[in-house]
Design a protein around this ligand. Structure first.
Ligand SMILES: Cc1cc2nc3c(=O)[nH]c(=O)nc-3n(C[C@H](O)[C@H](O)[C@H](O)COP(=O)(O)OP(=O)(O)OC[C@H]3O[C@@H](n4cnc5c(N)ncnc54)[C@H](O)[C@@H]3O)c2cc1C
Ligand code: FES
Length: 347
């Protein structure tokens, strides 16, 4: 074990870390409010400064390293382990909209793995111990033999601690974990994990009308948010307008669930935006509570969303391009304050 001094503006505290544990995970597990977004090497938000001692990076090509200045002794805490006792200057996380459960190390197996279409699968990460998480949070998982952790948002919502974390996963051809997952049934395989993490969460006490722009598997955490909003009576007082962007009719998933939710609540409107239109019209006749529109997510959302001046939150989630164009459209064209945005960028 090594000693880790974590220095913040308020002072310095010490924790112990094993040689194997990532410094970000150790800090979060010990209750430190450390800046992070993806917990998987992509965003760069967890960068910290090494004051003394030695750390090594587990993934030198991590995209998050783009904003790391080595000459200032900066490094990514989510990709670093200690090689000696260390002293680190850390940045605090921006406040979460709702009090978050403390994350920790997870252990569990894959259950009920099945495909929803050729490129989208679901599975339950069945944990050995129950955990509590907020709608909109995610966990990271690691499969033995594949380096690094992958982040997946929970699609289920549970008010109580639960052993089931339900994931929906899009196949990324050439991607190590998803290539493995889409080869055959993976029920019974063990995954190590960490979580829950993420601050693009639903806060029913303070959130009012909200909008959602979700591209593809970006709908994952939104499914949990809509279920929470549904069971806590949120739609009795407030509106939810969801735009779900997909490539074409062959790519649809979760429409049964969304149709059911939209049918239950007059204040919930769900628009499915398809890049390739549904020429047969079968989606429109099968899903009477959903609306369908054409075009890329941000363009379609700009067209179908009404006045946004009263919304309290804009949830934006999905692949990087969909998130960036949607955020840009909301800020530049619809004058939505960046402070109202809660986003999960999947890469
Ligand atoms: C906050 C967040 C939530 C997400 N939620 C979802 C979701 O609900 N559904 C979904 O389908 N996708 C989600 N993703 C994307 C997902 O985490 C994976 O990037 C995606 O499934 C591709 O994984 P892959 O292994 O096939 O691709 P790869 O290209 O092999 O790997 C992709 C990711 O794995 C990690 N990684 C790769 N190589 C290494 C390495 N050598 N060392 C360390 N780490 C490495 C990195 O995070 C990298 O971005 C989310 C991403 C983020 C950041
Ligand atoms: S939290 Fe470490 S790079 Fe995103």
């Amino acid at each position: 074990m090594f000693r880790v001094k974590l220095e913040e503006r308020q002072g310095t505290q010490e924790i112990l870390v094993s040689k194997e544990e990532r410094l970000l995970y150790c800090g979060l597990r010990n209750g430190f409010n450390l800046a992070h977004d993806c917990a998987s090497g992509v965003c760069g938000t967890c960068k910290a400064v090494l004051v003394s001692g030695e750390v090594s990076s587990l993934w030198s090509e991590a995209p998050g390293n783009k904003i790391v200045r080595e000459e200032r002794n900066e490094f990514l805490m989510c990709q670093a382990v200690a090689e000696s006792d260390v002293h680190i200057k850390v940045r605090p996380a921006v406040p979460s909209p709702a009090p978050k459960p403390q994350p920790g190390t997870l252990k569990g197996v894959i259950k009920n793995h099945r495909n929803l279409n050729p490129n989208v699968a679901v599975f339950e990460y069945h944990l050995s111990q129950p955990v509590q998480f907020l709608a909109g949070q995610f966990a990271t998982v690691q499969l033995e033999g594949i380096p690094g952790y992958r982040a997946y948002s929970m699609t289920n919502y549970s008010a109580e601690p639960t052993q089931s974390l339900d994931f929906v996963v899009k196949h990324i051809p050439g991607g190590k974990f998803t290539d493995w997952l889409f080869q055959e049934s993976r029920d019974g395989y063990e995954l190590m994990g960490f979580g829950p993490v993420g601050r693009a969460v639903f806060a029913p006490e303070s959130d009012g009308d909200f909008i959602v722009l979700a591209g593809g598997s970006g709908i994952a955490g939104i499914m949990a948010i809509l279920q929470h909003a549904s069971v806590c009576g949120h739609f009795e007082k407030y509106r939810g307008d969801v735009v779900f962007g997909l490539n074409g009719p062959q790519d649809v998933f979760f429409l049964d669930e969304l149709n059911l939710l939209a049918g239950r609540h007059n204040n919930l409107r769900v628009i499915v935006a398809l890049v390739e239109p549904d020429r047969s019209g079968s989606l429109t006749s099968d899903y009477l509570n959903l609306e369908f529109s054409e075009g890329f997510l941000s363009n379609a959302a700009n067209e179908v969303l009404g006045d946004l001046s009263e919304i309290t939150v804009a949830f934006v989630a999905g692949p990087p391009l969909a998130v960036e164009t949607s955020q840009k459209m909301l800020v530049m064209e619809r004058k939505v304050s960046a402070r109202k945005m809660r986003f999960d960028r999947f890469g």
